[in-house]
Design a protein around this ligand. Sequence first.
Ligand SMILES: Cc1cc2nc3c(=O)[nH]c(=O)nc-3n(C[C@H](O)[C@H](O)[C@H](O)COP(=O)(O)OP(=O)(O)OC[C@H]3O[C@@H](n4cnc5c(N)ncnc54)[C@H](O)[C@@H]3O)c2cc1C
Length: 457
Amino acid sequence: MSQAAGFNVEELRAQLRGSVFVPGDAGFESACLGFNLAHPARPEAAVLPDSTEDVMAAVRHAKAAGLDVHVHSTGHGYPHQASGGMLVNTSQMQSLSVDPQRRSARASAGVRWQRVIDEAAPHGLAPLNGSSPDIGVIGYTLGGGMGPMGRTFGFAADHVNSIELVTADGSLLSVTAESEAELFWALCGGKCAVGIVTQIDFNLMPIPSVYGGAVFFSGNDAATVMHAYGGWVHSLPESTTASIALLRLPDTEQFPEPLRGKTSVHLRYVHVGDEENGAALLEPLRRAATPMADLVGMMPYVAIASVHQDPTDPMPAWDGSLLLREFTPAAIDALLAVAGPEVDIPIIIAEIRHLGGALARGPQGGNAVGGRDAGFNLGVIGPYTPPLMEAVHAAGNAVLDALRPWAHGGTLINFQGFATSPEAVGRAWDSVTLARLRAVKRDWDPDSLFSFGYSMD
Ligand SMILES: Cc1cc2nc3c(=O)[nH]c(=O)nc-3n(C[C@H](O)[C@H](O)[C@H](O)COP(=O)(O)OP(=O)(O)OC[C@H]3O[C@@H](n4cnc5c(N)ncnc54)[C@H](O)[C@@H]3O)c2cc1C
């Protein structure tokens, strides 16, 4: 029996095909662990459901026992994980089907993007995954989902067909634009804690390959390359998505020799089209300075992870972000002054992602994705280990503050990071969208059973 009145672990175990762990059980710690080790989850019970029926039973049991319900899949997201209550860890829910005729896929709550990429590829199809294919399909899509083909096809949330949701009374609802218009609108980009999504059905793009990859420049060329990027990026058509990062990778064997222990510049480039056009568009940046490594070429979409080369090993990380109206020469100088090669700060990545194109347009009927009118996203990441925590927090915020004169005023909820106050979270949407999202939360979860993710109140 756990501390919560009415919570009976044996009774719940008897109702599920999956597992239930309480503190002290072998299996509890790993059920609570996710990618970001900054704040491990500390629930009263951790449930690993095997099926949608398991999720329904767990939610009903939590409600009856008076436990809050938290959810996590990979732990890449919300940095302040569950404390108390019941954690539903969906990582065992691995059903995935690809429908080549409809050019769509249907994924359960534990599926990560790389599996979708791998299973769509034999049909010449590709999903709108993010920079790291290790991320969960559902958490990413509910928060909008901006990836390496974003300017060409828009946010992942713009291509959702239907969502299967376990609601606060433990029942199952199929949510589409036709069946539950307002709820569907909110789930696509609003990251609204109104239930546990058990399956999502979304469209795939007819893209077997892209012209893309990474180009690494020396930190000595940071000013030249960043300024070249700032001018060049405005000339890119919607077929092309390019971002740039100042990298300061630790001096450890995990990273390749020319990059470790020093500052470098990482250009990420994806052109949805042929080699000739892709190479012609990239040429001015290739000529900006002599690359340390130029890894751009035609690549099968299954290799898309090599563009951003995001980390795959769990780590404690601090992150923050800011949408920018523009990335002018003065903004570039401000970024270099606070995070360039001459500065000694404990930040691993300060990146600028180019938005616009299809990201600026929503689907017919709209959805709750915010920040569509921004020009760029600034993202900052640092290690969040005990001796560095304060310094990383301060340095990360200093980078964000330095670029505030060019701020759009909002954030993308998927990059919200450590800014968890309701006021900061509210900036991910305009006031009208925020009011609609709050109303949806009140309608569907009036007692706030679901307390995961970023709270808007
Ligand atoms: C290395 C890295 C790279 C990233 N790159 C990108 C990128 O390119 N583009 C982008 O848009 N984002 C990116 N993100 C952010 C990422 O998309 C979000 O953090 C996302 O929420 C992760 O989802 P998850 O399920 O993997 O994580 P989790 O930590 O398991 O979940 C995070 C949140 O998602 C929600 N959620 C998850 N599962 C469910 C469910 N079944 N039902 C209801 N809600 C659920 C909850 O709010 C939960 O708190 C990146 C993050 C990291 C760490």
